[in-house]
Design a protein around this ligand. Structure first.
Ligand code: NA7
Length: 542
């Protein structure tokens, strides 16, 4: 590719999902020239690509929206308690129009490299469309769950039917009517797609390696009278989430699960169950810290599966075991376990006997072939670092981020990386975004980055760079905190264990959303401690 043109901007933002759109808005507000590059054919990021049947957010719509504009909030009406993918995408499209963001966004363009030029102090960003642009600031709003992970299955290329990954679902409708279908993977995506496909398909085979903990959503149409729709209630919930442990708007019980009687425990779990979804995390204070406490909640949820699934053998196989509740993000389902009561739905255990290959007819497991017309891979994502590792990012002395991160990602506060001045990560590894409501984390990160940029400009500072010491200390702290929880040891995308060869380290900050916010804001208040701010202006762009 010959570069198509060269242009200069104050900032380049990579990605136009929840994070990129808001980052663009905040930088434009400061009067900066900004170019956003987005690989998708539309804005929306995760909510653009995950358009599989049944795709829905596991956080309630009232909480899963921006808070920066009261007008936006009051104009927009959510139709359901838990928003569907289509509705979230409509919302983000509306945001792009409402705030005049589109002229600054170049769609269908994948950033391939971002290189820091030490002479001029600028980033040079190159795309697969031949763009080559320079900018003072480069913000990676590339998403935590944006790179689908596909297992390497021999024979897939010769499969005669069609196959799709939930995280890169085609725009056109996939019709399952009258078909034999395989779903591979039983995390959040597999659990959402299964009941929908079950209703359409002739036969559905669900290939399960690890059974999941799931709490029903109890989804409902949003009522006009919803208290959560009022401004005061919305802000109360948001403020609570910002400073809470889980980053969610639900109250957390301060008691230990082991400090109360079995009856009281059961009452609390029942109450949480009836709230639906993620509030289960807050049933007791020590669920993610103490395995014995965790076991009580895990057993409660296993009991619910036994109640729901009619065939005791199938129920037994659907019981999550061998890892703590919350070690993988709790799933929020609508009729997942009930789907196994249908005569056309079959559970295929692949824990001890993995899928050996895909024959032209379908998955082959332990010598048995499962002929199908469609395979749905709900096999997850190369989370947190996947999107960054697909871009050639070079900082000082031409050093590559991928090399620096070969043994696991290192960042300061999940926002910046030593050796990569003026590069900012929105909810990067080392931030707590993935443990709660990512929108709340995104707003915080974008506000923090935007304030940092404003600080630099006000003081005529050229560069901002995390110091190696601050970064080391943060990485140590992230690991130390994970060590106090049950999250660090589980095979999941939280630890990179779902992608073979990926370094196994905790990718998120488990110290709590509120504590994280306090630390970030304290850093900023003290003039950006842990960052080197360099005053000498770099040579002007010629
Ligand atoms: P997840 O939660 O990573 O789930 C992926 C599922 O796919 C999980 O059940 C995996 O089993 C399974 N998987 C992965 N590779 C294979 C192979 N090779 N064979 C069989 N099964 C496999 O991804 P989701 O998309 O469901 O959800 C991601 C997040 O999005 C979720 O946490 C919410 O925050 C929203 P495993 O558990 O690894 O044994």
């Amino acid at each position: 590719h010959q570069p198509r043109h060269t242009a200069d901007y104050d900032a380049v933002v990579v990605g136009a999902g929840f994070a990129g759109l808001y980052q663009l808005y905040r930088l434009r507000e400061q009067g900066l020239s900004v170019r956003v590059f987005e690989a998708g054919g539309g804005v929306g990021g995760t909510w653009f690509w995950n358009r599989y049947p049944g795709a829905r957010c596991d956080v309630e719509s009232v909480d899963y929206q921006y808070s920066f504009s009261e007008e936006l909030r009051s104009e927009w009406r959510w139709s359901e308690r838990y928003p569907r993918q289509e509705e979230l995408l409509r919302y983000l499209d509306h945001v792009a129009d409402r705030f005049g963001l589109r002229p600054h966004i170049q769609l269908g363009t994948r950033v391939e490299r971002a290189v820091f030029d030490e002479e001029s102090g600028h980033w040079t960003v190159g795309t697969d469309r031949g763009d080559l642009v320079r900018a003072r600031y480069c913000v990676m709003a590339t998403g935590c769950l944006s790179v689908p992970w596909m297992p390497d299955l021999p024979g897939l290329e010769d499969f005669a039917g069609e196959w799709h990954h939930t995280g890169a679902w085609p725009a056109e409708n996939v019709d399952f009517t009258g078909k034999r279908v395989a779903v591979v993977g039983t995390g959040s995506s597999g659990i959402q797609v299964t009941p929908v496909v079950a209703e359409q398909a002739d036969e559905l085979f669900v290939f399960q390696r690890t059974a999941s903990f799931s709490v029903p959503a109890f989804n409902l149409p949003a009522g006009e009278e919803d208290a959560a729709e009022t401004s005061a209630e919305f802000h109360r919930r948001r403020e609570f989430a910002r400073h809470s442990v889980f980053g969610l708007s639900v109250p957390v019980n301060k008691q230990s699960a082991l400090a109360v009687s079995a009856d009281e425990r059961r009452r609390e779990y029942e109450a949480r169950w009836r709230m639906g979804g993620l509030p289960m995390y807050g049933a007791f204070a020590d669920l993610l810290i103490d395995r014995a406490a965790n076991d009580t909640a895990a057993e409660f949820l296993r009991g619910k599966i036994r109640e729901k699934v009619q065939d005791p053998d199938v129920a037994e196989r659907l019981l999550p075991r061998g890892y703590p509740l919350g070690g993988k993000r709790i799933c929020v389902d609508t009729g997942y376990f009930e789907a196994f009561n249908r005569s056309n739905v079959h559970l295929v255990d692949i824990k001890d006997t993995p899928i050996d290959a895909i024959t032209p007819r379908g998955p082959l497991v332990d010598g048995v072939e499962y002929p199908v017309d469609v395979i749905v891979f709900a096999t997850g994502f190369d989370a947190m670092t996947g999107a960054l590792s697909q871009i050639e990012i070079r900082g000082r002395h031409g050093a590559a981020l991928s090399e620096k991160w070969a043994a696991g990602p290192a960042s300061y506060l999940g926002l910046a990386v030593a050796g990569f001045p003026n590069l900012f990560l929105v909810t990067g590894p080392g931030s707590p975004a993935v443990f709660g409501n990512v929108v709340v984390s995104i707003e915080h990160a974008v506000d923090w980055i935007s304030d940092a940029v404003a600080h630099l400009r006000r003081r005529n500072l050229a560069l901002m760079e995390a110091t190696a010491d601050a970064e080391d200390a943060w990485v140590r702290h992230v690991n130390e905190v994970a060590g106090f929880t049950l999250l660090g040891d589980v095979d999941s995308w939280y630890t990179g264990a779902n992608v073979p060869g990926k370094p196994r380290v905790i990718l998120g900050y488990a110290g709590g959303a509120g504590e994280y916010r306090r630390r970030c804001d304290e850093t900023a208040r003290q003039g950006y401690t842990g960052f080197a701010l360099s005053p000498e202006p770099p040579r002007r762009i010629p």
